[in-house]
Design a protein around this ligand. Structure first.
Ligand code: ADP
Length: 387
């Protein structure tokens, strides 16, 4: 009995020891808790509200605390800091106590290989060799900067072409001062280049106004019929010159929620393109139809069509399937980018169906006024005259 109770005592003792650690170990773990594993007061609450990825390392480079963003970005796995560069920086900071800043990239597999760019700040924390690492994701900022740089380069190039042409033509006119026929011809070409410059600048202004992602400036109830007729009117001269008939069709009396002038601009760009990329003696049909909580406005042509491989890219600024052709037709390469931004600003979208050699249909999907597309007599709400 005595030996049994002695055995029971031994087993209970062993369990307690495993649970709490041996006395010497416990002392050690307390020391560790006090010096290494406890964050200075208030740090945890500050880290919890910081938007950046935050990591605290102990003096042995183990991760004591990591924000969920740091784990989501793959900077931390278990209690390890994954980026070797960052670890080296943390060690330097621990050695000399100096705050350091740096930028570095981490490869991550998402849809294919991508890299995330981080701006990091590493600082010593407390007096027990702890180090705080703050990492800010800079990928989006970098992307926006790259797009802006690209855009400025493209704009400069686009502006240089007509300006260069104008300067050359002016020289030619000077040289041909004694030849009135040549002067008339070159003056005509100068007018053409000047007009191109004007369109480009106008399109740039329109685009910069709407691409900021801001909501439409003066939203209201817009009668679709009036947008259709206004846009068709503005394109009629070009269409007539090519014997292209512009036909309005579909459901009458629909209304959308938006800005009338922006919508006319978008539709005019689509009709302009339909005319520009269609042969003579064809038809361009502009029609509206109700589609649940949206109204679909489509522009169909019997033109050259767009190769499938380019269909995704045509809404990018300055993308053209055939740059020479676009310039010849007076295109700026910005028309569809404007259409896309107008659609997005309205909470809508623009899509394309096209077949090379057969034609294209562009469809603008816009939110119906009142939440449901219903046809009402079109005379009820007059749209302001074209501004
Ligand atoms: P552009 O001023 O060059 O017309 P857009 O942004 O309006 O610029 O259009 C981009 C490109 O998409 C055009 O250069 C053209 O290649 C193609 N495209 C647009 N609309 C049509 C269309 N209706 N038919 C054929 N190609 C089109």
């Amino acid at each position: 009995m005595t030996s049994l109770s002695a055995l029971a005592g031994f087993v209970v003792g062993a369990i307690v020891m495993v649970a709490v650690g041996r006395p010497r170990d416990r002392r050690r773990s307390e020391t560790v808790e006090n010096s290494d594993t406890i964050l200075p007061a208030g740090v945890a609450s500050v880290l919890a509200v910081l938007p950046s990825s935050a990591v605290v390392l102990d003096r042995d480079d183990r991760v004591l605390r990591a924000s969920s963003a740091a784990r989501a970005f793959g900077l931390v796995k278990g209690d390890h800091l994954m980026a070797a560069e960052l670890l080296a920086l943390a060690r330097q900071v621990r050695r000399d106590g100096e705050i350091r800043e740096s930028e570095f990239e981490v490869a991550r597999h998402k849809f294919g290989m991508e890299t995330t760019t981080f701006a990091v700040r590493v600082a010593p924390l407390g007096t027990h060799g702890q180090v705080l690492v703050l990492a800010e994701d800079q990928t989006e900022r970098r992307r926006v900067e790259a797009v802006r740089r690209d855009f400025v380069a493209n704009v400069s190039h686009e502006l240089k072409t007509p300006v260069g042409a104008l300067s050359l033509l002016a020289e030619t006119v000077q040289d041909a001062a004694d030849d009135p026929v040549a002067v008339t011809r070159f003056a005509g070409r100068m007018q053409h280049e000047a007009a191109r410059l004007t369109y480009l600048v106008q399109d740039l202004i329109t685009l910069s106004r709407i691409q900021g992602g801001e909501p439409v400036p003066t939203p209201g109830c817009v009668p679709v019929d009036e947008v259709l007729h206004e846009a068709i009117d503005r394109c009629n001269t070009k269409a007539l010159a090519k014997d292209i008939s512009l036909v309005a069709g579909g459901t009458e009396g629909l209304r959308v929620w938006g800005d009338d002038e922006l919508l006319v601009t978008a539709l005019r760009n689509l009709i302009d393109n339909a005319v520009a990329y269609s042969p003579e003696n064809t038809r361009v049909v502009v029609s509206a139809r109700p589609a649940g909580d949206t109204v679909e406005v489509s522009v169909s042509d019997q033109g050259i069509g767009i190769p499938e491989t380019s269909q995704e890219r045509i809404f990018e600024r300055f993308f053209r399937v055939d740059a020479a052709r676009s310039r010849a037709t007076g295109g700026t390469g910005l028309g569809l980018a404007i259409v896309k931004h107008v659609a997005v600003a309205h909470g809508g979208e623009v899509t394309v169906w096209s077949k090379e050699g057969s034609g294209s249909t562009f469809t603008l999907r816009l939110p119906a006024f009142g939440g449901t597309a219903i046809a009402v007599p079109s005379t009820s709400i007059p749209m302001e005259a074209a501004k």
